[in-house]
Design a protein around this ligand. Sequence first.
Ligand code: ATP
Length: 260
Amino acid sequence: MAETILEVKNLTKNFGGLCAVSNVNMEIKEGELIGLIGPNGAGKTTLFNLLTGVYEPSSGLIELTKDNQQIQIGGLKPYKITGLGVARTFQNIRLFKTMTVLENVKVAMHKNIRYGTIAAILRLPIYYSEEKWVEEKACDLLKEVGLYGKRNEMATNLPYGEQRRLEIARALAIQPRILYLDEPAAGMNPQETTELTQLIHHVRDKYKLTVILIEHDMSLVMSICERIYVLNYGKLIASGTPEEIQKDPFVIKAYLGEEM
Ligand SMILES: Nc1ncnc2c1ncn2[C@@H]1O[C@H](COP(=O)(O)OP(=O)(O)OP(=O)(O)O)[C@@H](O)[C@H]1O
């Protein structure tokens, strides 16, 4: 039985009078591929923002297990949470516009380098060996997501679907244990969505990741996710396998009028 990697306990986020996330409880096992769904405004992105340190919880706990220890990460700064092996992509793509495809991945890898400023200024041997390592790893990741051939193009010149794949490569560059994907298929055509589905499966297995994704494309969610959590008006209204979720009366009611 896999270990619990993330536990969310009574997590709540208020914005003034609005309760965007209300008393949410979740338990995620290492290596799971989890879907987080719900109608527009249900609180999905707010929950991601709490889990990645963008927002501080109003109350409740977020426990990350690392080296058999439970670390309380609620309210930690995003870079600290990233340092614990948590990466994410965003609903609105956030690539560095003035950088090439390769540079976008390399810049994310620089948290892993071991040389200091002096070694960089003096161009010591460790600088060159580490830079070579960064370049090789970044190229490997680009091959993984099928963008190696475009490594010298400006990131913003890529078609939309490829920009989303580049975001995934950049997230993988920090060598995460948990990967959050916020609407990874948004704006993709059916062919791109199929390729993305395969890519998510592939990187989860290859890098032994725990993946949690927000997605409105129900065919993607139902085909790829092993378990699904459903939010509505900030509250968790259901959790279970895709089959259980599709039959759940609360979920059907929340989505009434929307195709599941
Ligand atoms: N920074 C903020 N300040 C005030 N209200 C916010 C803020 N962020 C989100 N909200 C509100 O919280 C609620 C949940 O929003 P959130 O973006 O988390 O929903 P969502 O499920 O991700 O929606 P969508 O599927 O449309 O992206 C909404 O009513 C939204 O207007």
